[in-house]
Design a protein. Structure first.
Length: 165
């Protein structure tokens, strides 16, 4: 138990503009590998898609990234492929029909808005990022929870690097 608690040490920070949220994500991108899974949670307008935009930019993706709310999964080609999921309107059964395993176990990075809907399907290794609005219009509280050894180590590198946070 103790060990597991250590592995899930949380990091909390605040950003003060959409640009700052994108920069945070941009700086995570060099630490990513094929098959990584990042879950983004938080209400509508919390900044999940904004985070994905920064990440995609960091992976050299030029195409404009928008919420795949209606298409559910959109694929972008960059240094690594990015599979951008938005599970807002989706049930588990529908997700199974979409063949989500091909993405989760594919060659790219899966970034999943409303990822908490499928925690039962994920392996123990993933990065959880929770975004919350605050009383200030442009401020967001961001909680980062690494699940699994590789993410604990990478979250440390993410913040030891000159992140500016
Ligand atoms: N600090 C911030 N970080 C991210 N987005 C912010 C921030 N401050 C204001 N915003 C605004 O909040 C909205 C977030 O939208 P979006 O990323 O689509 O949210 P979600 O995907 O969670 O529904 C955008 O309009 C963005 O400009
Ligand atoms: Mg979104």
């Amino acid at each position: 138990m103790g060990k597991r608690a250590n592995l899930e040490k949380k990091t909390e920070l605040r950003t003060h503009s959409p640009q700052e949220t994108k920069k945070l994500a941009f700086r995570l991108s060099p630490l990513l590998y094929p098959r990584d899974v990042i879950s983004l949670t938080g209400d509508l307008g919390a900044g999940k898609t904004c985070f994905v935009q920064g990440l995609a930019k960091g992976l050299g993706i030029k195409r404009k990234v928008t919420s795949p709310t209606f298409v559910i999964i959109r694929e972008y080609k960059g240094k690594l492929p990015v599979y951008h999921f938005d599970l807002y309107r989706l049930s588990l059964e529908e997700l199974e029909d979409l063949g989500y395993e091909e993405y989760l176990f594919g060659d790219g990075v899966s970034v999943i808005e409303w990822g908490e809907k499928i925690y039962s399907l994920l392996s123990g290794d993933f990065l959880e990022i929770e975004l919350k609005r605050t009383l200030k219009e442009k401020e967001r509280k961001i909680k980062i929870v690494p699940h699994g050894v590789s993410w604990v180590e990478r979250v440390k590198r993410w913040f030891n690097a000159d992140t500016g946070f």
